[in-house]
Design a protein around this ligand. Sequence first.
Ligand code: 3PY
Length: 251
Amino acid sequence: MRKKIVAGNWKMNLNLQEGVALAKEINEVLKAEKPNCGVIVCTPFIHLASVAEVLDQNVVALGAENCADKEKGAYTGEVSAEMVKSTGAQYVILGHSERRQYYKETPEILKEKVLLALKNGLKVIFCIGETLEERESNKQNEVVKAELEGSVFNLSADEFKNIIIAYEPIWAIGTGKTATAEQAEEIHAFIRSIVAEKYGNEIAQDTTILYGGSCKASNAPELFAKENIDGGLIGGASLKCADFKGIIDAW
Ligand code: 3PY
């Protein structure tokens, strides 16, 4: 049985004190009422060590939003997968469209990041998704397939078991637009089918595929009701405990 997950992606929001306070609140609320799914909060690097101290990771696991494509050394300002892991984090988001778009992260760079994350014992939330233009020319399947082939389909089956896929249509990120549950289900089913082609049906059935892009408490129930949607990667709505809890409660 694949894992249902709701993961928060705080992006570049909240200072350290605000981040720790939010993590504490989420932890308390979920300890009091155990969720029906796995919950992860992915925070900026500077929050990781402090947030690790306040989370019971059996209830809320911790992840980073990025890691370097180099192992160690003279890369000023970078943070390695090993450093992320040493904070107590267990997950890392890689391939988010904001990283691809604003920081020019290519499939090759992402491939290196994925390998280093796995080598250091992190599980990867790997994001894929098409632009509006690609969707309008019906290229979404081609795009997500190429993104998987470019950065994660080189992995062995054992390695691939540590990958969570997050489908995030770029046109739905931070825009308030959400793919309809039917649109999302259609492409999630396609993604599962190409995972099955590559790694076989058993691994495909066990792979968690999250939906991301303006997912909130109001649309989460409809999205999560779909067979191939195993939860959400949540941007803005993960920045307030009540909003985030509202999505978690959709399971
Ligand atoms: C969003 O929901 O806006 C996201 O980008 C989640 O990663």
